[in-house]
Design a protein around this ligand. Structure first.
Ligand SMILES: Nc1ncnc2c1ncn2[C@@H]1O[C@H](COP(=O)(O)OP(=O)(O)O)[C@@H](O)[C@H]1O
Ligand SMILES: [Mg+2]
Length: 350
């Protein structure tokens, strides 16, 4: 059998560059090389594209800017060139590919941009298409879709640069509240405001990341996450996960550096609450036109059963010990089979 030629992309001009390198190291160490011919494109923080022919273990070294000495590589939007074009000293080398796995998080990877290039190129890829990626990347757009889909969520107020809404925020949301850039990821630019002074400071911080931000009412409850997979008929993993952040909220440091943040799998939630969460997760996934995979994150009040959708991550952290994969693992689907399934889904036509 001919091997399927897979291009794994990682790094990226994103605040989640390092996280992507970790996710990709897991994919590369677990992908079935009997089945797939694997090619790798490494994207620098500056957005340079390179042909990576090293091992998975070498990816952590790429954190160092001076290690970016590989040949340049690109994927052309030209449909007659479904290949990686490697620019070597002696000319262009072509590596035809059948499918791309963009293991990229956040801006310039999870937001519809890379997906747009791959649409032009006519190359199938893992995950959501342009629309689902772009909608879920923009928290205001995603929340507008959740509202029309009838999915419960925190109240929120949108601000574009130059708008003044302190009074409206205080009246409708109160304190504490959360201030977020519309396009964020990994908690970058997110703060919790306990009073007007912190709110004003938080708004400044969020506007450093984006021209559009949102302020949300504080949700009390546990953070519960659900892994969803599929195209037009998605399914939620049986097992849910729960997070107890080590910090006051799940900020960047609590996510990636603080071992005291605890993931509980399976989540300690009542079966009837779990069932409702899984249904909302699938409903939200469909409403946002997600494809392939997404992790859908909620706040749950365990006593009352009140549940609120927080966000959908269309390319969630994807190491073998990340929540997304662990929930599938606990539901009976091991990591390397998860990768197979996602590649199969990528090759499906809607
Ligand atoms: N409305 C809210 N109420 C309580 N905690 C929140 C709220 N919004 C965000 N948080 C906390 O901040 C973290 C990051 O916010 P989130 O919207 O998930 O941003 P990101 O896209 O960066 O993951 C959440 O995991 C949670 O701990
Ligand atoms: Mg989040």
């Amino acid at each position: 059998m001919e091997k399927l030629r897979v291009c794994v992309m990682f790094g990226g001009a994103s605040s989640e560059h390092e996280v992507s390198l970790k996710s990709a190291a897991s994919v590369l160490s677990n992908i079935d090389t009997q089945r797939y011919e694997v090619y790798k494109i490494a994207i620098s923080k500056e957005g340079g594209w390179y042909f990576y022919d090293g091992e998975a273990e070498g990816l952590s070294l790429l954190n160092d800017a001076e290690n970016w000495t590989m040949d340049r590589a690109m994927i052309s939007p030209d449909r007659e060139e479904k290949a990686i074009l490697r620019l070597t000293e002696s000319g262009i080398q072509r590596y035809p590919i059948d499918v791309v796995f963009p293991v990229l998080h956040g801006k310039n990877g999870e937001d519809g941009t890379v997906q747009g290039l791959l649409e032009l190129a006519g190359i199938p890829y893992v995950g959501s298409k342009v629309i689902g990626s772009a909608v879920c990347m923009d928290k205001c757009m995603a929340k507008t879709v959740f509202r029309y889909a009838g999915i419960p969520q925190a109240n929120w107020v949108e601000l574009k640069r130059g708008e003044e809404k302190i009074q409206e925020i205080e009246e409708t949301l109160g304190y504490p509240c959360f201030v977020k850039p519309a396009n964020a990821g990994s908690s970058v630019g997110i703060t919790k405001a306990h009073n007007r002074e912190e709110l004003e400071a938080g708004i400044q911080v969020a506007f450093k990341e984006d021209y559009k931000i949102l302020v949300e009412e504080m949700m009390y409850g546990t953070e519960v996450e659900c892994s969803v997979m599929g195209n037009l008929n998605p399914v939620a993993a049986e097992v849910l996960g729960e997070i107890a952040p080590a910090a006051e909220f799940y900020d960047y440091d609590a996510k990636y550096n603080n071992a005291a943040s605890i993931l509980t799998i399976p989540a300690d939630v009542k079966p009837e609450h779990a069932e409702k969460l899984r249904n909302f997760a699938v409903k939200a996934y469909k409403a946002c036109e997600c494809r392939g995979l997404s992790r859908v994150d909620f706040f749950l009040n365990k006593e009352t059963g009140d549940m609120y959708l927080n966000e959908i991550n269309t390319l969630p952290g994807f190491t073998s010990i990340s929540m997304y994969a662990k929930l599938w693992g606990a539901s009976g689907l091991p990591y390397s089979e998860l990768v197979d399934r996602l590649l199969d889904l990528a090759m499906e036509v809607d």
